[in-house]
Design a protein around this ligand. Structure first.
Ligand SMILES: *Cc1c(COP(=O)(O)O)cnc(C)c1O
Ligand SMILES: [Zn+2]
Length: 407
């Protein structure tokens, strides 16, 4: 297979780097790198028709991925995730054409699998032996699983109050797992401090160019699933922002390839909880770089990212799309988790519940119209968050007669 990667390019200063070498952030300005492709050449040799018959996994878009050697791919079978129509939820909200792209079906139960499949594949190609990541939870679980699949060493650093399942899944997968009495940016600092001595490949969000390329496949799949006519609005729960930035990149690349039926792009809605909303606050203040959000606290643990190195990439994409960044009350999370599964049988993670609160607000404000095609991303499996559910389930005492009137 021909590889179409031409170079890596700093998203901030534009400096270029050799894609055959291992890179982290831009050396000059410490900001993320884009992977750039020769889309003109690709246009001549890669057509939509080539997708027919390829397996329904993210690797079907191989030409648009930075893989050099397909034999080195590290995969747990990253299925194309379904776009599920949710008419009952839509009716409850007043949105007539509402869909959920259900990422909870991916390996390790979250869309972090996309990024890690790609980044661990690149680590495997480069012959790197040891990986490290700071994580709010799911990135650690995904990295640990892919590292195990590839036979590489994994080191995971997570805040003390990360959901228990995330700590356990990393440990079970054989990763050296540490809890830290700080936030994810403190964990990131530990990885940065340790990486020279420990020879780690630092897989922190956007601190290497490849997780973004894996997340980009959400946008590629969505385009194909909507028959190359993109939806009107996308709601995305934003932490580090890789998925949102990646989708915007996917749409740009598909546009350059001439695969999209129109130039209209979805409005991207970056959704955060008021408990940690650096991007929404920067959006409101008209800033391009988001100041650190003090005292970040939300049960949507994937959104607990008080400072994102790709803040300007998120805000640029949101603004260019004509969308917005919004923060909604923490108190809406548990009710929306319940509403989604009780109305549709579709279990959503707390991060996605934030998107439903945001959708309700934007419909009420008239920023989203009832007949627009709206896609909400369910980024993770609700089953990974038992702590967020406070159920009221009676216990039946078998030593007493059952009170059938109250059953
Ligand atoms: C990491 C994570 C997010 C945030 O994703 P980004 O691409 O970093 O913004 C949202 N939801 C879940 C379940 C996550 O694990
Ligand atoms: Zn730079």
């Amino acid at each position: 297979m021909t590889n179409f990667v031409t170079h890596l390019e700093c998203a901030n200063c534009g400096d270029q780097y050799d894609p055959a070498l291992v890179h982290g952030l831009c050396v000059k300005c410490r900001r993320p790198l884009w992977v750039r492709y020769d889309l003109e050449r690709m246009r001549g040799s890669f057509s939509k028709a080539a997708l027919h018959g390829r397996p329904p996994t993210l690797w079907r878009y191989l030409e648009l991925l930075p893989v050099q050697d397909p034999a080195k791919i590290v995969s747990l079978t990253e299925t194309v995730t379904p776009v599920v129509p949710v008419p009952r939820l839509g009716a409850a909200l007043g949105a007539r054409r509402l869909y959920v792209k259900d990422e909870s079906r991916l390996p390790t139960g979250s869309f972090k699998a996309r990024g890690m499949a790609m980044a661990v594949t690149k680590a495997n190609e480069f012959g790197l032996r040891s990986l490290a990541v700071p994580t709010a939870g799911n990135a650690g679980g995904a990295m640990a699983a892919y590292a195990a699949r590839a036979g590489l060493a994994a080191y995971v650093f997570m805040p003390q109050d990360t959901p228990a399942i995330n700590v356990k899944e990393c440990w079970l997968a054989g990763a050296k797992t540490f809890r830290v009495n700080g936030l994810i940016n403190d964990c990131g600092r530990l990885v940065a401090e340790g990486k020279a001595a420990k020879q780690w490949f630092d897989l922190s969000t956007l601190k290497e160019p490849y997780r973004l390329e894996g997340k980009k496949t959400m946008g590629l799949e969505l385009a194909e699933q909507f028959d190359w006519e993109l939806p009107d609005v996308i709601l995305y729960p934003t932490g580090g922002g890789t998925g949102l930035i990646g989708m915007w990149k996917a749409f740009a690349e598909l546009g350059r390839l001439g695969w999209l039926k129109s130039d209209r792009r979805p409005r991207l809605i970056s959704c955060q909880s008021e408990g940690c909303a650096p991007i929404a606050r920067a959006y409101d203040q008209g800033l391009r770089f988001a100041p650190l959000f003090e005292n970040a606290a939300t049960m949507a643990s994937g959104l607990r990212v008080p400072a994102a190195v790709g803040d300007f990439m998120i805000l640029d994409a949101v603004r260019a799309s004509g969308g917005c960044a919004v923060a909604v009350p923490e108190s809406g999370i548990a009710p929306w988790m319940r509403k989604s599964i009780s109305l549709e049988g579709l279990a959503i993670c707390p991060e996605t519940a934030v998107c439903f609160s945001a959708l309700e607000m934007l419909l009420a404000r008239g920023d989203i119209q009832p007949d627009e095609r709206v896609v909400v991303f369910n980024t993770g499996a609700a089953q990974k968050y038992p702590e967020t559910v406070h159920e009221e389930v009676p216990l039946l005492d078998l030593s007493q007669p059952i009170d059938w009137a109250n059953i």
